[in-house]
Design a protein around this ligand. Structure first.
Ligand SMILES: Cc1ncc(COP(=O)(O)O)c(C=O)c1O
Length: 390
């Protein structure tokens, strides 16, 4: 119904990657912002930051204009605070989104790309052990498509979470985002909750959050909790234009904050449906394609539904698309096989990537969404069964 988030979708009318996630409440929030004329980042963004950080079990949230910006800023702040030094190696799974990988090099760090686990498609603990060297300092734990990575696999490495597609997922009783030193989220249109475009970093560390706030907005002190200290230390500079780091401008608008506040309240009910879909569809399809059931000790957030076929992927995708089921490769698949990999300064892949390669050639995903249900899984089974018998 127009003006409301889509809550129930008829599978016979198609199975898109995404349905409209917002309704009248978000629009009213946005209109209130516009009418107030206080449209640049302000109190609604701050309120959403607090609410999201609390939800993740973390102390501080810093909202930005995308998930990609969140990953970039998180890594930039690690360098700015000296927790990582230029030239340090950061392990990154080969199967993830492009802008999980690129910011590592953009921040002067060295991306070391490793294989993913065949059961979860998240970073492989075995590959992490094999690829670690004397300069390896950190790992970017990507919770791919809603499945939490194995967070026990990283020993003494600094763990940064890319939770851009895993809102609300749980790992051994803890919500993703509140486990590593910091975590990045995306609120793009197709994600669990959306601010149209948007992202956030959460962290327990107040000083790190202050660095993020400077880097987010011009390098200035304005949103920092210690801005008065900086002003006292630099009496020769007007505190309104006091710059303390070399920053970017990655701020969200206040409209995004208004959206986020409403969307966050909707998430728990939506997550239940996504997780139930994931479990039900895995059961439906397990005999036809490789599926990825929730790993023990985790709660899957069901972002998109990945599969690997032993048959011809292009023909399976065509069969699904012909029935109105939208498909995509599994994120960037093996990023080492992407032309852009050559342009990622210093990036290397020191261990074999057989699982990522299989994802690259035989993997695909279809949409999961809170408006979908068991009937979508049953329809997928019928279509894939027919395709496999043809
Ligand atoms: C794992 C991962 N990281 C980063 C991003 C980038 O987020 P955004 O599209 O908001 O820039 C995405 C987007 O889906 C993602 O899935």
């Amino acid at each position: 119904m127009a003006g409301h988030p889509v809550e129930h979708a008829d599978p016979d009318r198609g199975h898109p990657l995404v349905l409209s996630p917002y309704g009248a409440e978000e629009v009213i929030g946005a209109i209130e912002v516009l009418l107030s004329t206080r449209v640049t980042m302000g109190e609604r963004v701050r309120a959403f930051e607090e609410e999201w950080a609390r939800y993740c079990g973390s102390g501080h949230g810093v909202m930005v204009n995308s998930g990609s910006s969140a990953v970039l800023l998180m890594l930039a702040a690690m360098v700015e605070t000296g927790q990582l030094q230029p030239g340090d190696e950061v392990l990154c799974p080969a199967v993830t989104w492009s802008t999980s990988l690129f910011p590592i090099a953009q921040c002067g760090l060295v991306p070391v790309v490793v294989d993913v686990d065949p059961k979860t498609l998240c970073i492989s603990p075995k590959s992490v052990r094999e690829a670690r060297g004397p300069r390896t300092r950190a790992v970017l734990a990507v919770h791919l498509l809603g499945q939490p990575a194995d967070m026990a696999a990283f020993d003494d490495l600094i763990v940064l979470e890319d939770a851009c597609g895993a809102h609300g997922a749980m790992y051994q009783g803890r919500r993703v985002g509140g486990i590593g030193r910091a975590a990045a989220f995306s609120f793009f249109f197709s994600h669990h909750i959306s601010t149209i475009e948007g992202g956030m970093i959460v962290t327990e560390d107040r000083a790190f959050a202050d660095t993020l706030r400077s880097l987010r907005a011009h390098g200035w002190v304005r949103e920092r909790s210690d801005r008065a200290d900086w002003a006292a230390r630099c009496p020769q500079v007007d505190p309104r234009f006091l710059f303390v780091s070399s920053g970017y401008n990655l701020r969200p608008t206040e409209i995004a904050g208004a959206f986020g506040l409403v969307q966050a309240r909707r998430l728990p009910a939506w997550l239940e449906r996504r997780r139930a879909n994931h479990a039900a569809w895995c059961a439906e399809l397990a005999s036809l394609v490789e599926v990825f059931p929730e790993a023990p000790g985790t709660e899957h957030a069901g972002f998109a539904f990945p599969m690997i076929t032993s048959g011809d992927r292009a023909s399976l995708m065509a069969a699904l698309e012909a029935e109105g089921i939208e498909t995509r490769p599994i994120s960037g698949s093996n990023l080492v096989r992407q032309p852009a990999f050559e342009r990622v300064v210093g990036a290397r892949a020191p261990v074999p990537l057989p699982v990522a390669d299989r994802v690259h050639t035989h993997g695909l995903f279809v949409g999961n969404h809170h408006a979908f249900g068991p009937a979508h899984g049953a329809r997928l089974r019928r279509i894939i069964e027919r395709w496999s018998q043809a």
